[in-house]
Design a protein around this ligand. Sequence first.
Ligand code: DOR
Ligand code: ZN
Ligand code: ZN
Length: 451
Amino acid sequence: MKFDLVIRNGRIVSPQRTYAGDDIAVKDGKIAAIDRSGSFSDSKKTIDAAGKYILPGIIDAHVHFREPGYEYKEDFGTGSTAAACGGVTTVMDMPNNLPFCSTPAALKEKLRKIKSKAYVDYGLVVAIVGETVELIPALARAGANVFKIFMGSTVGGVPAPDDGGMLRAFERVRETGLRVGVHAENNPIMDYFTTKLKAAGRTDPLAHVEARPAVAEAEAVQRAILLARTAGCRLHICHLSSREGVVLVRAARAGGMDVSAETGPHYLLLDENYMKKVGGIMKINPPVRSRDHAEALWQGILDGTIGMIDTDHSPHSREEKFNDDIWKVSPGFVGVETTVPLMLTQVNAGRLSLNHYVKLAAENPARAFNLYPRKGAIAVGSDGDFTIVDLDREGTIDGNKLHSRNTVTPFDGWKVKGMPVYAVVRGNIVMKDGEIVGRPKGRHIKAIVRF
Ligand code: DOR
Ligand code: ZN
Ligand code: ZN
């Protein structure tokens, strides 16, 4: 058989093991065969991965590519370029667009707008706002991959349903077999601290961290767990940032609940003191907290409580990011292009194994968001998505060289060891050595659901 792509001589990495000696053949977008090196001679394209590691395509299940409505920050073309260049082959895109992606009409329009621009595959997260709870089945039919409730106020001002509405939403999502992700922060608690800090004249970066304390996250995580468990709905906690949050998710999972959680490189690798150095650049919701919280998040990763690394890639313009008054700075920064090198650097430092990273960044998000085993695995029949990495390659993160429309990053100047050298999406080579090759052929990937 003539294959479309054969990847030779690499070391294949799964959550369980790393092994050499097999080649991988892709045909019509799917992995057609995996067999002893040298077995496949006839292929249109070949990648020689000698000395490299072949990972399942990396998934970033939390990005804001801003389309439609905020294209001046990012659009699907620039965002997915950044993803591919960073070795990410599938993203889940967030719904705080203009209009909100919260109705079947808005979802269909978004799918139409981004269709020809994407370099990587994508799923769409759809917002549940007060009025749209009853639209949930129609949204699932229209192609929603995940539902999202913004429990705390943040960019775009997507309103949350009240607690009764949330319970109803969890009941309706349960019928679809999909999952609800929550941005878990408690508004009244944050309002209380914000008012106090503003009255005291605080405008410095750390005031933002104090305005959104761990208890605000913990209260919302606890409430979401209680309501979702009552409704029997699968729950996902977005961007977990606190020790208290880890404790709650750990207990819920131990009690048998299907609750997944993600954290991001910034919560693991930065702490609030770094904000004194870089200022408002680092402002994000929820905030990056003290070292103690970061250590608890690492513990959560190591014991499986936190199953995913996602970036919350949330670009803003320079004008929106640079202001001496922290209250006027927009929260969020880019991340989709830096996550793989940052985490591989942690692998090299011995903080986690490469196999564990594959579980966190490929298998687990694919499972949680109904894409497995189409995504998240190197197996015959799975999509031909690969992130090929060179664990020895060193580099420096340079904000000016990132591919997003806006590239303000707190990781500017950071040294990394371990970099993606190829990104392959359904057999198409889309990135080589950090730059785009080929055309935008990314597709919307439908959730695999059991009705
Ligand atoms: O800091 C954040 N930025 N947190 C969010 O929840 C939204 C995001 C954005 O869209 O900019
Ligand atoms: Zn959020
Ligand atoms: Zn987000």
